[in-house]
Ligand binder design. Structure first.
Ligand code: SF4
Length: 208
């Protein structure tokens, strides 16, 4: 089944809803770092709480690490992430005049920023057509049979080959919502899946 057709059917069944309230690059960058291994709902609350106290890279660079720890205490690995966001803010001030660079390689140089985070920043803050691949996107794309890959980096490249560019940016939001509700890691709900008839179900245990 062709990937664009599957994607169109999914879009008819899901409303794209970006989980953050703000789209400015620094907010998107910091919240995406906080979101690693953390549920969106938790990230959203912690990000709001954090930005109520600190707002600009200048604020973050001079912040007290224990105060940040306290503000983001609900997110996963908060003790590691607290000094990291301070470090990111300091680097932005030192190297980029306090701006978030709109460049994949420069983003990847920042501490705690991998391809998925960098792609989220490029997509949601800079409206760039990129494919942000996390575990949901990787798993679902392979189950559907639209890619055959063994890691997220390969999935990113393969999805770019099978989907037109104007669909790239929506892949992450769409597949993440779908992956939480229907095509879950364990026990996917194939019986109520809107793309059941289009899916190769590769690697899916039939008894699930
Ligand atoms: S049919 Fe099952 S495996 Fe395929 S996308 Fe739907 S829930 Fe996932």
């Amino acid at each position: 089944m062709e990937a664009p057709l599957i994607f169109e059917r999914l879009k008819e069944n899901y409303t794209l809803q970006f989980f953050l309230d703000r789209h400015d690059p620094f907010y998107v960058l910091i919240s995406t770092v906080l979101s690693q291994r953390t549920r969106d709902e938790v990230t959203q609350v912690a990000t709001k709480r954090l930005f109520k106290r600190y707002d600009t890279p200048q604020d973050f660079a001079t912040a007290d690490v224990e105060d940040i720890e306290h503000l983001i205490r609900d997110v996963g690995f908060y003790r590691m992430k607290a000094p990291r966001v301070i470090q990111i803010a300091s680097i932005l001030l030192e190297k980029y005049d306090g701006e978030v660079p709109e460049d994949m390689d420069l983003l990847l140089d920042l501490p705690g920023v991998g391809r998925k985070t960098a792609n989220c920043v490029l997509a949601y803050a800079f409206s760039r057509d990129v494919v942000a691949v996390d575990t949901h996107v990787h798993r679902i794309s392979n189950r559907l049979g639209i890619v055959k890959t063994s890691n997220p980096e390969q999935t990113e490249e393969s999805l770019k080959e099978v989907l037109p560019e104007d669909m790239w940016r929506d892949v992450n939001e769409l597949f993440v919502s779908f992956g939480k509700e229907i095509c879950r890691p364990i026990s996917p709900k194939c019986g109520v899946c809107p793309i059941d008839d289009m899916c190769a179900k590769l690697g899916v245990n039939k008894s699930d």
